[in-house]
Design a binder for this molecule. Sequence first.
Ligand code: 5GP
Length: 211
Amino acid sequence: MADSQDLTRRGLMFILSSPSGAGKTTIARKLLAVEDELSMSVSVTTRPQREGEVEGRDYFFKTPDEYAALVAEDAFLEWAEVFGNSYGTPRAEIMDGLALGQDFLFDVDWQGAQQLSQRARADVVSVFLLPPSMEELEHRLRSRGTDDEAVIQGRMARASDEISHWDAYDYVVINRDLEECFDKVRTILHAERLKRERQRGLIDFARELMR
Ligand code: 5GP
């Protein structure tokens, strides 16, 4: 007899986007630390491995030829050229994981979010984080203390462009306070896991209840 304990669910693709400095990386780290069923999607890249990066954890590092072969066999859910290097999201890892109830976190820009939504709409949940104001965004970028003036100005210009795509997302959260923002993003994840279409076995379970 079906039991609600036995119900498995299909995983989801949780996309977090924001302009640089709006808190995306911090929120992503906090989510990964507390959500066992959520893991970061690991991309393939042709960019050289940086010191401290681990193969399979940060990226799968490939030569341009290996990468081209993967594109040819349609192995990517989405891909992009960024700063002269190629990046792609491996389709098989994600699809196998989703079927097992694994959720994946994607830290991608609006173009990545758009491609993923087009290719896997039913599995995608997209969240856009907005800064409370452009002054606050600039303040946060400066207080990192890692970038020089030209880089900060470049990031501010790109932030404006990124923000213009806010209305393509399923959810928008304004990051006024980190903890409050984190709670809201986590609530979205928890609610989306309960979506009827993601709960496999519900039809049989409900039939059993109605017998
Ligand atoms: P980095 O080389 O510094 O790790 O990443 C450079 C840029 O590539 C970042 O903006 C990052 O979000 C983007 N990126 C990394 N992996 C992927 C991917 O699989 N697809 C897309 N579209 N962008 C990616």
